[in-house]
Design a protein around this ligand. Structure first.
Ligand SMILES: Nc1ncnc2c1ncn2[C@@H]1O[C@H](COP(=O)(O)OP(=O)(O)OP(=O)(O)O)[C@@H](O)[C@H]1O
Ligand code: SF4
Ligand SMILES: [Mg+2]
Length: 357
């Protein structure tokens, strides 16, 4: 396995709110390799955008990294100053499509002006080199290069989102962070933007961290996935492993909450309860109040991410990239099978699951 381009290692982030503080991210760890597309998923408020902003040194003013490391190409960047982030990281190494950014373009300046401002602040490119690159990026996202000098109000919502994606791409960053890139779009536009995100992968060497609530988008677009629950990383690894062999109870229940073509007649489930509000780094499993298989120990210690023995692989079965943070990881798959058998067996003894495609 090659050296990860980005490593997040036991990262804890808190926000000061008046007299008190909240811990938004608690000992989170994951990594991304060159060219990898990773989906970061989890319900609202679990810390996804906070991690994304920390990677760019752009936490809100009341936020701070309490402990842990962020390594970019092996170098620790979590303590970089604003100047160092500007000079070494932002836009040309890591670029972000921020959440709800579709309407963030300045309506009174041509889109190309924004590109020139970014190029001027972060590179030595000449004006014409920057504009040529911006035209290339426009083409990748399916916009006519001749339209770079238009104003955002001349574009539809989906086109504006693609123009923002072009802005994040044109300095050829190593990692693109897309924070809910399709959420504000209608279904047709969502599909279109996702298709262009797939095209970016064919035409650039960028890695991507795609943040979304929708695990089906990750299954469709990404190589790997990291699942968070209330500031903690619950499970991480190759998408196929997490799809075929989910191991953390939260991911198991999450999968049952989304449509799955393998089980077309299945009722979608709801995950009851709420995540806890953390005032400190969690020293317990944050899923404990919602987990059907919680035991006393789950409230007494924060589970560490550990390798899963991949049940679908023969040989020694050990897959070091599929990791889960659950103290009952070896029992939970069996317990879930039993739950499904009980829950899905209909009155006449039949099952409501469809055949595997
Ligand atoms: N500036 C801030 N001050 C105080 N609390 C904050 C601040 N920014 C985020 N938080 C809190 O940190 C937690 C994580 O927020 P974050 O925006 O990272 O969640 P998210 O996973 O991106 O959610 P969503 O899917 O809704 O975008 C939440 O509890 C949120 O209320
Ligand atoms: S550690 Fe305990 S509460 Fe947390 S997911 Fe595993 S079994 Fe459930
Ligand atoms: Mg967010």
């Amino acid at each position: 396995m090659s050296q990860p381009i980005l490593e997040v290692d036991d990262l804890t982030i808190e926000f000061q709110t008046g007299e008190s503080s909240i811990t938004a991210v608690s000992d989170a760890s994951f990594s991304i390799e060159q060219g990898e597309y990773m989906g970061l998923v989890g319900e609202s408020g679990c810390g996804k955008s906070t991690i994304a902003k920390a990677l760019l040194g752009a936490l809100d003013k009341n936020g701070r990294i309490v402990s842990g490391k962020i390594l970019y190409e092996g170098e620790e960047i979590q303590d970089f100053t604003e100047e160092e982030f500007n000079e070494k990281i932002r836009w040309k190494e890591i670029a972000m499509i921020p959440q709800a950014s579709m309407n963030s373009l300045d309506p009174i300046q041509p889109i190309s002006r924004k590109a020139l401002e970014i190029a001027d602040a972060h590179t030595d490119l000449s004006k014409s080199e920057a504009l040529d690159r911006f035209k290339e990026a426009f083409e990748i996202v399916g916009l006519q290069p001749s339209r770079i000098s238009e104003y955002s109000f001349q574009f539809s919502g989906g086109m504006r989102q693609r123009a923002i994606i072009a802005l994040t791409l044109f300095l050829r960053p190593t990692i693109v962070i897309a924070d809910e890139p399709t959420t504000a779009l209608d279904v047709i536009m969502q599909d279109q933007v996702l298709n262009y995100i797939k095209k970016i992968r064919e035409e650039t060497n960028s890695s991507m961290m795609m943040i979304t609530h929708d695990i089906s988008v990750v299954f469709e677009t990404c190589d790997t996935m990291t699942v968070m629950h209330s500031g903690q990383v619950a499970e991480t690894g190759p998408v196929t492993d997490l799809y075929d062999s989910p191991t953390h109870p939260y991911l198991m229940l999450l999968q049952d909450a989304f449509p799955d073509i393998r089980y077309p007649n299945r009722d979608l489930e709801v995950i009851d309860g709420y995540p806890p509000e953390l005032t400190d780094k969690a020293d317990f499993c944050t899923f404990v109040d919602r987990c059907p298989w919680a035991v006393d120990e789950c409230s007494q210690t924060a589970p560490r991410l550990e390798s899963v023995t991949d049940r679908s692989v023969s040989g020694d079965g050990s897959d070091s990239t599929h990791k889960v943070a659950c103290i009952r990881k070896d029992e939970v798959p069996q317990l879930n099978e039993e739950r499904k058998r009980q829950g899905r067996t209909t009155a006449d003894g039949g099952s409501d699951e469809g055949d595997l495609p």
